[in-house]
Design a protein around this ligand. Structure first.
Ligand code: MG
Length: 181
């Protein structure tokens, strides 16, 4: 996305980052396979660099969470690996869920970065202080977002947004100091 179009002022206020899962942390495909006993297995592919970005966000003291309308043990497991503090699965009304999350922490919508890729995300994207989506999201979703990533969902799009957030909030020197020995 063209750098000139990014509303950096909005990013400076962000204290919490919530992400939709399918299509954002994954490429949106839901892979179903059958095991030897005929049991169905679901597979999702996550990107390691997104994971690293989410760890950095938590380490920086940002509230980090996932909000998905589906439910799977895979998401629970990945969230645990990445020390993600808030996991909301089986969410039928994302706006209601996010409202509860924010009020429970004394945060306002303008302090929320939200990333989603489809219609159930729209009411949250409309209200979030900074809204981001992926290039393959429907045009109507992209049209209202503050930022459309260059990278596709499941391929580093989350990291792209988080890097932008870290850069805008001046967090990179501290991050680099920790990693550059
Ligand atoms: Mg989605």
């Amino acid at each position: 996305m063209g750098a000139g179009a990014v509303p950096y002022e909005k990013l400076k206020k962000i204290r919490a980052c919530l992400f939709d899962v399918d299509g954002v942390l994954t490429d949106g495909r839901i892979l179903l396979g059958e095991g030897p006993e005929g049991a169905l297995h679901e597979h999702k592919a996550f990107h390691a660099r997104d994971g690293q970005g989410l760890i950095l966000a938590s380490d920086a003291g940002l509230e980090v969470g996932l909000v998905t309308s589906r439910a799977s043990a895979i998401v629970e497991r990945r969230a645990r690996e990445l020390r993600i503090g808030h996991v909301f699965q089986n969410v039928k009304d994302k706006l209601q869920c996010v409202r509860g999350f924010l009020s429970g922490r004394g945060l306002r919508f303008e302090q929320l970065l939200y990333m989603g890729d489809d219609l159930p995300d729209l009411p949250v994207l409309d209200r979030a202080g900074f809204s981001a989506t992926v290039p393959e999201a429907p045009r109507e979703i992209r049209a209202g977002a503050d930022y459309v990533t260059d990278l596709p969902g499941g391929s580093g799009a989350v990291r792209e947004v988080l890097d932008l957030l870290f850069r805008t909030q001046g967090r990179w020197p501290k991050i680099l100091k920790k990693y550059r020995k």
